[in-house]
Design a protein around this ligand. Structure first.
Ligand code: ZN
Length: 198
């Protein structure tokens, strides 16, 4: 790509390392940035650096937040005795968008996958078990319906059940292999309402 200046090539290269960005999109983004007003570019860069520096895991539910405890965990109006277990912060956002779920969450940041070498110790399971020492009535497992999601659901249920806490799984109305965040709100709500005890 030496028909571009070195810096443009580097910018294109950087963009193409992002997920879902192919060579053409990387090129388009790079030229877009170069044509943007300088202040806007500086603001964008600053926002990215600040987010990267300040965003961390919530001390309770492990979702991404820029505070010690996220707004959902801090909210006294939420039902803190019902915990929904999801794989990613994006899944949490999908359920929040329905506006109908009143409990709190626990974000695993992944799912167990023997094939990819991801074991129980590689996701935020220990943190979930620690939370269950407190007052918890129900754990709703809302991991994806992929093989990894199902494996994780089964593993968690086996781990929790001896503690006498109710464990349920969202209904399989969620398409197999479906990403929770791509599913519409009605389907999500139906899956939540139709959950079955494990
Ligand atoms: Zn939280």
């Amino acid at each position: 790509m030496d028909y571009y200046s070195n810096q443009i090539s580097r910018l294109i290269e950087s963009f193409s390392q992002l997920p879902g960005i192919g060579p053409k999109s990387a090129q388009r983004l790079a030229f877009h940035i170069i044509n943007m007003p300088k202040e806007q570019v500086e603001q964008l860069a600053k926002t990215m650096v600040e987010a990267r520096n300040n965003v961390r895991y919530c001390a309770q539910c492990c979702t991404l937040t820029d505070e010690e405890i996220c707004p959902i965990c801090r909210n006294p109006k939420r039902d803190h005795r019902t915990i929904m277990v999801v794989e990613t912060p994006r899944d949490l956002a999908a359920y929040e968008k329905t506006g109908k779920y009143e409990g709190v969450y626990h974000v695993l940041h992944g799912a167990i996958s023997p094939m990819l070498g991801i074991g129980p110790g590689d996701i935020r399971l220990k943190e979930l078990m620690e939370r269950l020492q407190g007052d918890v009535d129900e754990v709703i497992i809302a991991t994806n319906s992929s093989l990894e999601g199902e494996t994780t659901a089964m593993y968690i249920s086996k781990l929790i059940k001896p503690a006498g806490i109710k464990v349920s799984r969202i209904a399989s109305g969620v398409p197999v292999g479906g990403d929770l965040e791509c599913i519409d709100e009605v389907t999500l709500l139906r899956a939540l309402e139709g959950r079955t005890e494990l």
